[in-house]
Ligand binder design. Structure first.
Ligand SMILES: [Zn+2]
Ligand SMILES: [Zn+2]
Length: 333
């Protein structure tokens, strides 16, 4: 399970946090993350030398499914509500996300909405101005900055609690995490006679370590290295490698400007498995009301605020009002 940084600020006087933040490492979390990564490395070794081909294929499919639980489920659906989904789909997304071990849906969504609202400030849980390691996974190994705790109380997640699927996942998260991952480990053992140990290392340890790190790269690498076609003043960038590893979440400069767009990108669909799957699921009727940003708004942002890497170039117009901040519309309108 996600080993989160603790709710308590690092120092306090009479119950009130000090204004000056001093980093305090939570060694228990450091140890837990170290163990997870050592397990993941050993899982990679087992995957290469011992796993049956069917187990390898299954581990890969589970990796995609778990990753999609984070990208399509927790991110594009539960956090940004960039489309609507029927009950079975919400259950599947909640289950796949739970298997990632990235905490309850409510906690993940609150952190991510806070990241969008206070991007790269002290109130951002994984503030990338504190460096690659902090924004990647270091933020899970230190006590939270007092600003993160304070501003976190203002993040509205009431919409989530109206969904019985989310309430159930919140209430039974640990049990669901253990049960679903145990079931996933049992499949290769029961269906094609893989050893339980090999199944554990490949379909669990390797998978969750990979999903952790690919998810974290959106917060770290996609805030540090890449182009800024839509707004050169923010740290979020477009990063192909992150998109490849996350199924389309690396077009992060676009996403920070247009967060409710279900594609999380303007271009790059070839590297955006999440969008390809969502388009297919729409045809099957599992999801609907997918939201798109009007192209003229995308073009305006690229022209006015981009770094010039957009095909339209940058800085041609100067008339964009802040009220033009994008409100995406239904894909089919
Ligand atoms: Zn971001
Ligand atoms: Zn987002």
């Amino acid at each position: 399970m996600h080993i989160s940084s603790l709710e308590k600020p690092d120092k306090s006087i009479n119950g009130k946090p000090q204004s000056k933040y001093k980093r305090e490492i939570v060694w228990r979390n450091v140890f837990a993350h170290l163990m997870i990564h050592l397990m993941g490395l050993y899982g990679l070794y087992v995957f290469i030398v011992s796993a049956k081909i069917l187990t390898c294929a299954y581990a890969f499919m589970m990796l995609i499914g778990t990753g999609m639980g984070v990208t399509i489920g927790a991110h594009r659906f539960f956090t940004h509500q960039s489309f609507k989904a029927n009950f079975p789909f919400r259950c599947v997304m909640a289950a796949m996300f739970t298997m990632s071990g990235e905490n309850s849906i409510c906690t993940w969504v609150r952190d991510h909405r806070q990241h969008h609202k206070y991007t790269d400030t002290d109130a951002d849980p994984h503030n990338s101005t504190r460096g690659f390691f902090f924004s990647h996974c270091g933020w899970l190994m230190v006590r939270k900055h007092p600003e993160v705790i304070e501003k976190g109380k203002t993040i509205d997640i009431s919409d989530l609690m109206a969904d019985p699927v989310v309430r159930f996942q919140e209430k039974h998260y640990v049990l669901l995490y253990i049960a679903l991952n145990t079931a996933a480990i049992m499949v290769p053992y029961l269906l094609w006679g893989e050893s339980l140990q090999v199944s554990f290392w490949t379909t669990y340890a390797l998978r969750i370590t990979f999903v952790y790190n690919s998810s974290w790269l959106v917060n770290s690498l996609a805030h540090l290295h890449g182009i800024k076609p839509y707004n050169k003043k923010i740290k979020a960038v477009e990063n192909l490698l992150v998109s490849l590893l996350t199924g389309g979440e690396g077009w992060h400069n676009f996403h920070h400007i247009f967060p409710s767009d279900y594609r999380a990108a303007e271009y790059g669909k070839a590297y955006d498995l999440s969008t390809i799957l969502l388009d297919s699921m729409e045809k099957l009727g599992l999801v609907y009301d997918l939201r798109l940003t009007p192209q003229h708004l995308v073009n305006k942002w690229a022209k006015n605020f981009g770094d010039g890497s957009h095909p339209l170039g940058g800085e041609e117009e100067v008339t964009l009002a802040t009220q033009d901040t994008p409100l995406s519309t239904n894909k089919h309108l």
